[in-house]
Design a protein around this ligand. Structure first.
Ligand SMILES: [Zn+2]
Length: 65
């Protein structure tokens, strides 16, 4: 069975075509923590899923899911 010669290039193309979306996220307000979560997957109390600190809403450009 032949291995398609374009396989590697195709993978790169897929990466380039990733669509970035301005997305609401909740970012940990602790200086010692880089935790954040997408609004769609936020914890019920909007506290950081990593350290439990309060979070602040911000907009980030993230790959569309
Ligand atoms: Zn945190």
């Amino acid at each position: 069975m032949e291995i398609p010669i374009f396989y590697g290039k195709r993978a790169n193309d897929d990466k380039i075509e990733t669509i970035m979306m301005d997305t609401e996220v909740y970012s940990c307000s602790s200086d010692n923590c880089n935790g954040w979560m997408r609004k769609d997957f936020a914890t019920a109390d909007l506290h950081c899923p990593i350290c439990g600190h309060e979070t602040v809403k911000e907009i980030r450009a993230l790959p569309k899911i």
